[in-house]
Design a protein. Structure first.
Length: 187
């Protein structure tokens, strides 16, 4: 009986290592923009053994192929697999924002931000969504957070200049426009 148990542990461990290897290979192929190979490798991993990253990559590939609803399903699977995986919420938020589902976008950006307070692009994209919603004060707050985290991104400054202009704060708008111009000239 002990021998059978040891064999089962060995076999299960081998499957797990194989899944990890396939996942790592898929990630490498995704980084090289080889989306078909990425998908082929992940689909070799049994569904019950796919990581949140695997589901996310499948969603990204499907999104690139124009299969938006299938991509959303994969991002949802990533959230279920690991509810603390901020990238699933972030990608869902981006999808909803692109499709003018702003409240769903904001909800997912907020969740992503609660899980990763160090990613300036979460705050930037949330701010852009707030701009589309006409909520300029919330946009301003999130753009300031993005700039505090990463001050060398010209677009952050440009959008904050736009927000300050809309809020009728011309001096602050000019300050951030000047920052934008300095950053774009140094690139």
């Amino acid at each position: 009986m002990k021998r059978i148990f040891a064999i089962l542990i060995f076999i299960a461990g081998t499957v797990c290592f194989a899944s990890d290897d396939l996942s790592k290979q898929a990630t490498a192929f995704y980084s090289d923009n080889n989306f078909q190979k990425t998908m082929d490798l992940i689909l070799q991993i049994p569904e019950t053994e796919r990581s949140a990253q695997d589901w996310l990559l499948l969603g990204n590939v499907l999104e690139d192929k124009g299969e938006k609803e299938n991509a959303v399903f994969m991002y949802q699977k990533a959230k279920v697999t690991n509810p603390k995986y901020y990238k699933a919420y972030y990608n869902l938020a981006n999808h909803y924002a692109e499709n003018s589902q702003y409240f769903m976008a904001i909800e997912n950006y907020k969740k992503a931000a609660s899980l990763n307070k160090e990613n300036p692009y979460i705050f930037y994209n949330m701010a852009c969504t707030y701009i589309k919603m006409g909520e300029l004060k919330k946009a301003k707050t999130n753009l300031n957070k993005a700039i505090m985290l990463k001050s060398d991104v010209a677009e952050f400054h440009y959008n904050l200049a736009y927000v300050y202009k809309k809020l009728d704060k011309p001096k602050l708008a000019q300050t951030y426009l000047d920052n934008f111009n300095k950053l774009t000239q140094s690139q």
